[in-house]
Design a protein around this ligand. Structure first.
Ligand code: MF3
Ligand code: CO
Length: 250
């Protein structure tokens, strides 16, 4: 069942999203060569708590951190570590979920460390364009799979792959709610979007094969062929007019 949020729920999600967007602006100052992903995680967790929010990843299915920080061929769920030190050329994706007064927002941003390859810039831009284009479709009356198909079309046109095993999702009181939002599919199918639905849209895309594997830590998810991967995510509110992006600063 897709929950339609009332004004009070939306206001809390708005606050959660706004604060997370501020935190992602602030973190730019420390996402540099030489810093460890564990230091970034601590920085973000600290800021989340200062906003009186709860880091929802921590404790989720036994996960121990506030963020997932995924480098290069890691697609998602990179586990922060004091052994992972950022270096020039790294492509870093930081995924954070936090709640304010019981309501969640979920976002992922990417960062380039020093000089990165043109291929990294291309895949990052493609993921961002796919997300931005999909968000524009998230208005009352759209079929859910129009979003999926829009992402797949844009990504594959650039010669990249879309991950099949993970998807975007509804969000609200819970981090993961209905509907599931695949990043591939035929248009015109699935539920029709209504004003008051809140969705986390998150293209996860790969340089070559979309095949992925979960590593021995049970979380870190990499491409099987070692190709680089991009991921970007926003939480949005469906309205009768333009979608409201809850996790961006206007
Ligand atoms: N942000 C991720 C998502 O969109 C969740 C991370 S998994 C967790 O589903 F365990 F870290 F929470
Ligand atoms: Co998500």
């Amino acid at each position: 069942m897709i929950v339609i949020k009332n004004k009070s729920a939306i206001d809390k999600m708005r606050a959660a999203g706004h604060n997370l967007a501020i935190i992602m602006q602030d973190v730019k100052a420390i996402v540099k060569e030489g810093v460890t992903t564990l230091e970034i995680d601590s920085f973000i967790e600290d800021k989340i708590r200062k906003f009186e929010m709860i880091p929802e990843c921590k404790g989720y299915a036994g996960y121990k951190y506030a963020t997932c920080i995924s480098l290069n061929d890691t697609v998602i769920h990179g586990v922060p570590s004091n052994k992972i030190v950022l270096k020039s050329g790294d492509f870093v994706k930081i995924d954070v979920v936090a709640s304010y007064k019981g309501y969640c927002a979920d976002l992922t941003r990417f960062f380039f460390i020093g000089t990165v390859t043109p291929e990294i810039k291309h895949i990052a831009q493609t993921a961002q364009f796919a997300l931005d284009s999909a968000i524009k479709l998230a208005v009352e009356g759209t079929h859910l799979s129009d979003i999926s198909s829009c992402i797949q079309e844009i990504v594959e046109k650039e010669g990249f792959g879309v991950v099949r095993k993970f998807a975007g999702h509804g969000i609200g009181r819970n981090l993961h709610e209905d509907p599931e939002i695949p990043n591939f599919g035929k248009p015109g199918l699935g539920p029709v979007l209504r004003s008051g639905m809140t969705l986390a849209i998150e293209p996860m895309i790969t340089q070559r094969s979309f095949d992925i594997k979960v590593m021995d830590d049970g979380w870190t998810t990499k491409t099987v062929d070692g190709g680089i991967a991009a991921h970007v995510e926003d939480t949005i509110l469906v309205t009768t007019g333009s979608p409201e992006i809850l996790t961006r600063l206007s």
